[in-house]
Design a protein around this ligand. Structure first.
Ligand code: HEC
Ligand code: HEC
Length: 289
């Protein structure tokens, strides 16, 4: 399915008109978007939107669809995906004893594969703590409350590696993050943040990722800002990037003060953005420019 050219969104913001260029970039997107990783894991890179977005999108797309053929190809094979080195390192960590209780992750979870499905349903409500938890918060909980280990920084290298490992074992699974029940008020907070205009440029997430996807902004081809590919290995900084790290960069680019990785605001935003991708498949760790 080809992506339809979006009308350039100008109302209320001269800034977006100044930085977004409607070019022929949409034609970069093939009519046949097929991603099969390692000749085995079939990804859903485009599908019907979740119900609450039916008036907004005809189709939701993985960020993979918007990348150049070379970058796309790197994600199709683990030997070419630089992030798989991080996944291997995290596999070693998974089996390493840490903290005062003398346990490794494997003492309780056997192997990473036993955590398949986690990435597809997180963030999710945690009954014990009465809060919405991201994968990173769950890792922190196990390390500090169960292993007697010191927590990794929320957006630190080892945390991104462990998060990549946990994503990798869910690859190909359909994202199904809950937005109702006890998570609903957090979801609503995230939705509000998504539509708030930030910074000197007065731009919301929606101005770029909802109204202008498919267009070019500066040298970049705008996607729908989905997070099914996280953590992402970016060729630009040659390392894994977390969901909150990306949110931080996007808000900073509007020349606003950004929220911090791990903040309540970004947790709520992650929950909301995750549900915008319900129906796509887990691709993390993916490759991006
Ligand atoms: C002492 C046992 C123990 C150790 C060690 C441990 N965990 Fe856990 N972990 C648990 C228990 C129990 C739960 C379920 C509790 C919950 O849902 O809050 C859990 C839940 C999780 C989940 C979420 C599973 C789900 O289905 O929602 C992840 C991810 C996770 N652990 C990762 C890790 C990682 C990574 C490590 C090592 C850094 C680790 N755990 C170490 C006991 C442990
Ligand atoms: C000024 C336009 C602009 C705004 C506003 C903006 N972004 Fe982005 N965002 C980009 C560009 C450019 C990229 C890189 C190309 C792409 O993947 O779309 C990007 C990438 C992303 C990605 C990575 C997608 C992937 O598959 O790798 C996510 C997630 C994202 N943005 C979320 C957000 C959220 C959430 C907000 C609001 C807090 C936001 N963005 C605001 C321009 C913007």
């Amino acid at each position: 399915m080809a992506i339809k050219r979006k009308p350039l969104f100008v109302a209320g913001s001269a800034a977006i008109a100044a930085i977004v260029a409607a070019t022929a970039a949409v034609s970069d997107i093939g009519d046949e978007n097929i991603l099969i990783v390692n000749g085995d894991i079939e990804m859903i890179v485009e599908t019907d939107p979740p119900e609450f977005l039916e008036d907004v999108f005809d189709t939701i797309y993985s960020g993979w669809v918007f990348r150049s053929p070379g970058t796309q190809a790197m994600q199709a094979d683990d030997f070419d995906n630089p992030a798989m080195l991080d996944v291997d390192l995290a596999r070693d960590t998974f089996n390493t004893v840490m903290g005062t209780e003398g346990q490794s992750c494997a003492s309780c979870h056997e192997n990473p594969e036993s955590l398949a499905g986690v990435r597809a349903t997180y963030p999710q409500w945690d009954e014990e703590h009465g809060t919405v938890q991201t994968v990173e918060m769950q890792i922190t909980e196990c390390m500090t409350e169960r292993m007697g280990a010191e927590a990794y920084g929320y957006d630190s290298g080892p945390m991104r590696q462990m998060s990549a490992l946990i994503s990798s074992v869910s690859r190909g699974m359909v994202i199904d993050v809950a937005m109702d029940g006890p998570a609903q008020s957090t979801w609503e907070q995230g939705e509000e943040i998504y539509y708030t205009r930030y910074g000197l440029l007065e731009l919301s997430c929606a101005n770029c990722h909802e109204q202008n996807y498919g267009n070019n902004i500066r040298a970049d081809h705008l996607s729908q800002g989905q997070i099914n590919g996280f953590p992402t290995y970016r060729l630009r900084n040659s390392r894994l990037n977390s969901v909150h790290g990306r949110f931080f960069g996007c808000i900073r680019d509007t020349r606003a003060e950004s929220f911090a990785p791990g903040s309540d605001e970004f947790i709520a935003l992650e929950l909301y953005v995750a549900t915008r991708g319900n129906g796509l498949t887990v691709e993390g760790p993916s490759v991006r420019n």
